[in-house]
Design a binder for this molecule. Sequence first.
Ligand code: ATP
Length: 354
Amino acid sequence: MATISLKNVSKKWAGFTGVDALSLDIADGEFLVLLGPSGCGKTTTMRMIAGLETISDGEIWIGDRVVNTLEPKDRDIAMVFQSYGLYPTMSVYENIRFPLRVRKVPRETHHERVMRAAAMVELGDFLERRPAALSGGQRQRVALARAIVRQPTVFLMDEPLSNLDAKLRVSTRAQIKNLHHELKTTTIYVTHDQIEAMTLADRVVVMNRGIVQQVGTPMQIYDRPANTFVAGFIGSPAMNLIEGDIRSGVFTATNMRVEGLAGMPDGPVTLGFRAEDAGVADRGGQISAPVYSMELLGDASMVTVQCGKALAAVKTPKDFRIAIGAPVGITVPASICHFFDARSGHRIEHPGKD
Ligand SMILES: Nc1ncnc2c1ncn2[C@@H]1O[C@H](COP(=O)(O)OP(=O)(O)OP(=O)(O)O)[C@@H](O)[C@H]1O
């Protein structure tokens, strides 16, 4: 197992910065998720750690050595990709065994190691099959077993679930979590799916345009997003964000008024609140607006109203019903509100927040 440190690591191509001065310390045995939209620099970061991409600036440490100039094969890491990268002419058994042969691991240990890795991902019954005769989920499990069999100090996983259908994604995700619990190998996992990040990670690194936006546990990132980018990226639905003004402790925006903000500076601000923290009021409430849409989710219902240019979603009990266009009041007390600077988008703590 190993710690990993990135110290001011950048990747630049002819004037374009893909990753900008990234610094990060990953603990031994930690499961770290790099999360962000397409093009934010996740894969480039992963490839630099793997040694598949040179770095323009900074240092990468694995354990107690700087690996900047070390070949990928000498970094003691195993990678799992979105495309499984299996050898089509080899059986599942031989695919899993392959890294042991390449690394000249003593032959007499191969069988036991392959069988143990196959059992961990429940492939014991498929060892004689070729990859073409497997489902996508089974193929990805072969790729996982092939990474496990090497007993590397670090796992790097780049969107390993994105070729799987929704149901398989959930079960394979649970399997990856369970594997990590058993093996406790330091793992860096890349995804653009915030639910994967929230469910798998010890800590999440949210990136945008090559720059780290926030590093924290899933709950820190959910409960206290550092800026409007993180607030708008995490959560399903994402946080409602409404632009308005604070004067003398009162926030106002189209259709909305929140009191009890003493201590907050006057001026333009972005207010955020989560759909599940707000409620529908019998009368009054902080938002008064006609219903824009009404969706049934099974375990709850979602009412959306319009506040100026923004839409705001509110989760209600599953049997709540209201007609589109009907006037409704939404409760958004100061205690559930997040605030962000109108210009920079940075979080502003306010004394009344729970
Ligand atoms: N060889 C290259 N030359 C120039 N620009 C590149 C090169 N490789 C990647 N980039 C750019 O660097 C940025 C980061 O790319 P990267 O693949 O790391 O993003 P990502 O977050 O992994 O996205 P995705 O989820 O789509 O894979 C992108 O804007 C991409 O176009």
